[in-house]
Ligand binder design. Structure first.
Ligand code: AMP
Ligand code: GLY
Length: 432
């Protein structure tokens, strides 16, 4: 099979490596990819958000399967366009991708299906939004309805902070059309986890949980990022909690989406808040997380191609997924300054040495080669030093040994990835 992967991050590097492991994959293309992906796939210079360009590429190459990594092309309808060309694509249609593309859509579905999530209101004018905030009081959470690359959520500690967010999102349009309407919701306390299920429209299979580290610096300080590290399994998500997530959140969502005429096919990523053993839904994403995908793929033993085909073709009922009885942990290395402004082009060395360590793999995100073939940093999040080990503690130790071998003065990482999980570690090999 010829497979085309869309995206350029560590998530897509991890997907490419997992697809390559399958005997069914005979040719692998990636658009646009990065310097690491170029070692395992044939990269094509078409941006992940360039839907027209991607459709043209797929028309020319006729891949047997397209795997879409990021949310933007899904929400923009890439899968619908490929299906119209009779090209098989893994990921939701635009109508189903509204679970991530519109927070109001997602909350209304939860309300109809009785899915546990924060109480909320939807607003399209600032006055009603302000009145809601005054009636409910702080803390309160203000969310732009549309896609905002992680910048659309404000957890407000005071009414003034919430009103300021309403003003910026709605009146000043600081996020463009994404902030035209808002969801304002109750603040939930607890610990967060990322939960994944693969779905074929009717049936689904749990892929287990991971924990991400969203803040830039140690101790969960500093600004929000796309994710500075992850580990899986997540000891926080016990088999009992996983069962609740499937029964109360994932399956009702699939039923509701199918009944409403837009069945969900693809990866359903539930952002959870867990308190006293009870999971509640913070948000849905309609794709793998980054860097969560890196740790899930490191643990996956099943053939990823078979799994994605089963989802595309509606054959997940009765399917199974096998995992290595190991833990995985990824430490993200980012360019100094990220998630604020930073300079591009700093040299990176030491990847070959890091990958000599047992169980260590360096996944690329924002990398490119210069004219002389040297590796340089071209983005915010640049590398994901990923390791597997018999325990979370061992995976963590290996990943940080890998970090120590990377020579990149222009980069930084957190030193506390996985510490929360270590405190709860239970034997690996159980359902993630
Ligand atoms: P979201 O994009 O909806 O996941 O929101 C981004 C982050 O905001 C989450 O990872 C949480 O840390 C926080 N957050 C979102 N909604 C809530 C809520 N209702 N209560 C507390 N924190 C929240
Ligand atoms: N790491 C969180 C995300 O991919 O949205």
């Amino acid at each position: 099979m010829k497979i085309l992967v869309v995206g350029s991050g560590g998530r897509e590097h991890a997907l490419c490596l997992a697809l390559r492991r399958s005997p069914r994959c005979t040719a692998l293309l990636c658009a646009p990819g990065n310097a690491g992906i170029a070692e395992v796939a044939d990269c094509r210079p078409v941006g992940a958000e360039d839907v027209e360009g991607l459709v043209a590429l797929a028309r020319a190459e006729r891949p047997d399967l397209v795997v879409v990594g990021p949310e933007a092309p899904l929400v923009a309808g890439l899968v619908d366009r490929l299906e119209a060309e009779r090209i098989r694509a893994f990921g939701p249609t635009a109508a189903a991708a509204r679970l991530e593309g519109s927070k109001g859509f997602m909350k209304d579905l939860c309300a109809r299906e009785g899915i546990p999530t924060a109480a909320y209101g939807r607003f399209s004018d600032t006055r009603a939004a302000r009145e809601f905030v005054r009636a409910k009081g702080a803390p309160i959470v203000v969310k732009a309805d549309g896609l905002a690359a992680g910048k659309g959520v404000v957890v407000a500690q005071s009414e003034a902070e919430a009103e300021d967010a309403i003003e910026r999102f709605m009146a000043e349009r600081s996020l463009g059309t994404a902030g035209e309407s808002l969801v304002i919701e109750e603040f939930l306390a607890g610990e967060e986890a990322s939960f994944f299920a693969i779905c074929d429209g009717d049936d689904c299979l749990a892929l287990g949980a991971a924990q991400d580290h969203k803040r830039a610096f140690d101790g969960d300080a500093g600004p929000n990022t796309g994710g500075m590290g992850a580990y899986s399994p997540a000891p926080l998500v016990t088999p009992a909690i996983e069962a609740k997530v499937m029964e109360r959140i994932v399956r009702p969502t699939l039923r509701g989406m199918a009944r409403d005429g837009h069945p969900f096919r693809g990866i359903l990523f539930a952002g959870l808040m867990i308190e006293a053993g009870e999971p509640r839904l913070l948000e849905f994403n309609v794709r793998f997380g980054d860097p969560e995908c890196q740790v899930l793929m490191a643990r996956l033993e099943s053939d990823l191609v078979e799994l994605l085909l089963a989802a595309c073709d509606g054959r997940l009922a009765g399917a199974q997924v096998r995992w290595r009885g190991e833990s995985a942990l990824a430490v993200v290395m980012a360019t100094r300054g990220y998630p604020g402004s930073y300079t591009k082009g700093s040299r990176i060395e030491g990847i070959v040495e890091a990958e000599k360590l047992p169980g260590v793999r360096v996944l690329h995100a924002g990398t490119a080669r210069d004219g002389a073939g040297r590796l340089t940093a071209q983005g915010g999040r640049v590398l994901g030093i990923t390791a597997v080990g018999p325990t979370l503690a061992e995976a963590r130790a290996r990943a940080y040994q890998g970090v120590a071998r990377i020579r990149w003065p222009g980069g930084f990482c957190r030193s506390d990835i996985g510490l929360r999980g270590l405190a709860r570690e239970r034997p690996p090999g159980q359902t993630p």
